[in-house]
Each structure stands twice: as C-alpha cells, then as structure tokens.
Design a protein around this ligand. Structure first.
Ligand SMILES: C[S@@+](CC[C@H](N)C(=O)[O-])C[C@H]1O[C@@H](n2cnc3c(N)ncnc32)[C@H](O)[C@@H]1O
Length: 266
C-alpha cells in the first residue's frame, strides 16, 4: 500500500462520508451512525437508492468483465470504495488471472480495509494507493510501479464523478492523455434525468452534509469521453448498459438515476 500525504488518514465520524453511506446502502457494516442517518434520509426521498447502488456495482462487474474478455490486462480503479465482493480484481482475474489492478481512494476508511483488495492471484497483482483523484501525478506515478503505462489500461471512476465539479473534465483529459492508445475509460454517475426531483433533494442533503453532489445529464456526462470512441450501447442508464438477466429483473422494479459509459482511446 502506498499513498500521498495530501489524502487524510484519520477517520472523521462527525460527518457522513460517501464511501460509508454507499456501504450502508449496499448492506455493508463499515459505516457509522452519521452515515446511516444520511443514507436513510436519501432513501426517504429516493426509494431507489439501494437498488441504484447495487445496479451501479453490477455495471462495474459487466464493464470490467467485457474489457477483460477483449484482452485488457491492466486496470486502474479510482474511487474504489469499501471492499464489496466481488471486487474489481476478482472480476478481472476471474477472466485472466494475470491481470494487474491498482486501486485508489482518498477515504481513510477505504485505506483501513484495503488489505481485502490485495488478495489477487499469484500470476497477477493488486496494489492500493491512498490518494485523491485530483492528484493525477501522484496516482499515475504510484500506479506505474504496478502497471505498464505504455500498454493499454482500463481506467475506471465508477460512481465518483458526481463528487467532482466541472474541473473534472480537464482532470479526466489529463488522465486520458497519460494512458496508451487502446486504453479504456469506464464511468458512471448520478444523473438528474430519470428522477429530477428526488436527485435534486439527494444533492441538497449531500451538500448540507459537506459533500457537494454534481448530478449530470447524459449530454454533460458524455463530455467526459470527448475524443474517445464510445463502446456500444453508448451512454445509458446503468441498468441498460449491456444488461444481463439480473438487470432486466431489476429494471422491472423501475429505473435508477445512474448513467454509465465505456469508451476507448484511439
Ligand atoms: C459511491 S462510492 C463508489 C465505490 C465504487 N467505485 C463503486 O462504484 O462501487 C465513491 C467512492 O469515491 C471515493 N471518492 C470520493 N471523492 C474522491 C476523491 N476526491 N478522490 C478519491 N476518491 C474519492 C469515495 O471515498 C468513495 O469510496
């Protein structure tokens, strides 16, 4: 495990944290009463929130499996979250055991649990970087100790960009510039399109708790993939991105306000 001193190391239980709120929504145990309180308030205005978290997680699994099946062997996952099985390396190494995976997050609770992410196959490798996504130099420098950045990498920020303001467009362009041709970008985030009122209220709760939320429309979200080739089916609600039977069953319960896309750097 490596990291940057700019990311905090002490767990703050006085206010809710996104990784812990999400953990509560996924049914995890690595959260505190402040996180549960915000998660319950979110559920009260957006009854799909727990389903949305699970659907988002399944999107990550499908996207990683699809990229691994088409030959990607290196993964850089930023905004990893508290470990929740199957984790990304388990999906990638399930297809190709030699896959190498670097995780990064800036939340000290993820750092505390990161050991569970370092249990990859002997043929492959996993590493954890404690750093902020807004520090690309540190993340890329430390990732390069495990990944060959001259070869294609799948960079994923799954359910992360909605915590970043519009400086994220330049930030993601910096990451894309640093990656080799043939690399991929995997993204999902909260969108106001499918449930405008509920998402507006959720954003309000987050902002009041000290974590501003930036929902984006499909058009705004698509700008993250500028200059890259979007894989089929393009930018879609998470439940509609190459859905499997579980997603089709989940969709019958109604839409969830998360959108996703995967693109390739030419
Ligand atoms: C909603 S969780 C998503 C976890 C996982 N990617 C998934 O989709 O299942 C968002 C994660 O992004 C992390 N995060 C938020 N802001 C970040 C930042 N500025 N730098 C790095 N990680 C960040 C949080 O700590 C949290 O673990």
């Amino acid at each position: 495990m490596t990291g940057s001193e700019t990311a905090p190391r002490t767990i703050d239980t006085s206010r809710p944290h996104p990784a812990r709120v999400y953990d509560w929504l996924l049914g995890g145990k690595d959260n505190y009463p402040v996180d549960e309180e915000l998660a319950r308030r979110i559920l009260a205005v957006d009854g799909t929130a727990a389903r949305g978290a699970r659907a988002n997680r399944r999107f990550m699994h499908r996207a990683v499996r699809a990229l691994a099946e088409q030959g990607v062997r290196q993964f850089l996952d930023i905004g990893t979250g508290i470990p929740t099985e199957p984790n990304l390396h388990q999906v990638a190494q399930g297809v190709a055991p030699e896959s190498r995976v670097v995780y990064a997050d800036n939340d000290p609770i993820v750092l505390r649990h990161a050991q569970a992410l370092l249990t990859g196959t002997p043929e492959g490798g996993t590493e954890y970087v404690h750093a902020d996504v807004r520090d690309p130099d540190t993340i890329l420098r430390l990732a390069a100790e495990t990944l060959d950045l001259d070869q294609p990498v799948a960079l994923s920020l799954v359910a992360l960009t909605h915590y970043l303001d519009d400086s994220a467009y330049d930030l993601l362009a910096q990451y894309a510039d640093a990656l080799a041709p043939g690399s991929f970008l995997v993204l999902s985030q909260v969108s106001p399109e499918l449930a405008p009122e509920a998402v507006g209220r959720v954003a309000d709760f987050f902002s009041k708790s000290g974590t501003p939320l930036f929902p984006r429309t499909s058009a705004e979200f698509s700008r993250f993939f500028a200059g890259m080739d979007l894989l089929e089916p393009g930018v879609r609600p998470v439940l509609d991105w190459r859905p499997d039977a579980e997603d089709d069953a989940a969709a019958k319960e109604g839409a969830v306000p998360m959108i996703a896309g995967v693109a390739r750097k030419a």
